[in-house]
Design a protein around this ligand. Sequence first.
Ligand SMILES: Cc1ncc(COP(=O)(O)O)c(C=O)c1O
Length: 488
Amino acid sequence: MPDLYDQLKKLDRHTRYPYHMPGHKRNPQAGPMADVMAIDITEIDGFDDLHDASGILLEAEKKAAKIYGAEETHFLVNGSTAGVLAAVSTACAAGRETAGAAQYPLLLAGRNSHLSFLHAAYLMQADVQWMIEEELTDGDARIPGTVYPAEVMEALSKASAAGRLPAAVFVTSPTYYGVIGDIPSIVEIAHSYGVPVIVDEAHGAHFGLIQGLPDSAVHAGADLVVDSLHKTLPSLTQTALIHVQGALIDRTKLRRFLRIYQTSSPSYVLMASIDSCMTMIRERPELFGGVLLYKQIILEQGRAWKHLRFLSGQLVQDPCKIVVTTASCRMTGRELYDILLENYHIEPEMAYGDEVVLILTGMDTEDGIEALLWALTEVDNFLEREGANAASSPKPSLPEMCPPEAACGIADAWDAPAEEILLKDAAGRVSAELIAPYPPGTPLLCPGERIGEDAAARIRALASAGVRVRGIGDRDGELTVRAVKQDR
Ligand SMILES: Cc1ncc(COP(=O)(O)O)c(C=O)c1O
């Protein structure tokens, strides 16, 4: 079977003149992006329908499933976001089928779940029971951890005793910081209760592809696994996959939700990119192994620094992530990020607190790696010359957060009459918004949760450190939040 891209390249306006959408008509005069438009179609004759695949797309999806070792794989053109929405909705709909339509589904999830999980819970009117991940430390540095099997075990045994099992366990692995969860054990525990496991593997599309890379959640037996190809593999932005296996997931429902959440005009440019990426993995797997060597070289070189430090590979197990910490020097992560960007033209993925996250892939080049190491070494030398260290100049750290206190359900709060109030007056009120620093896009406060002094302090600290926080506002220079109206 030829690649989708080969099929698209054969399109010729002279033999097949388009009296159909898209409006650019594959006309070479259609503007500066006409080259891309030449292969930009949706479901025309001879091609296939993503929402009812039976021809070349079905074949391409089967090819992807084989590469990942999944029973069934679907292409996603709306990113992992669509995959998470569809996975959670499928599990919730099945939960309602068994528990009765009147009962809200329950989800058991790691608190560091991506916004798309929250959005799905809202759409399905689900209650969420959170498992709060422990912070992991490496010297002075702190990063969010992942969910441990023991927490899943405890939560499920309590849920079972209370007669309300969750519709699914939702776990993120690897995390934004490259921490990997014990998915095989979590799957074993959840399955012993008959509960499916959804793994948000958006950052781990490379897992399991070649020897030496961490194993994938598909191999660990997770029921639904979502992979963002565009994050760590050579594939266009928005491209992702969802894999399904086992008998706990209703595949008809999954297809229904994929139709609901994905565009009805899927782009063949994106789908061809997925297919080409699969061909590369199959035919040139060595390209993806480069990352292992790069990471080793990078960590090795960092050992000579006196102020900056890479977090250890034991914590950041994902070979595609490197985390630099400024915890023991006067600089903040954001300052390091800005220096790398402005002075060295290196753009990291994220800065949060004292940590800067960088994504490494098999498509990096030796020049790129050298430039990064040179830049970081220069910054470290600069810090040494300045004689700046933590002891002489303390810097503000992010205030600790207490466990969230839910006053009402997510959907109840998000749909309730709300008002914008000043953050300084918000203590004790119920949040009517999802408040999340982005990236990483994990909740600081969910709709329905009480706004404590701890959350207000953290929001203030993040905003003043230059972190983008979604869900807050600004009134004449004062931070605002949306709270559920009190007199309802
Ligand atoms: C953990 C996690 N899951 C899901 C997503 C959504 O992925 P996408 O951008 O492919 O829609 C993200 C985005 O960054 C993420 O970090």
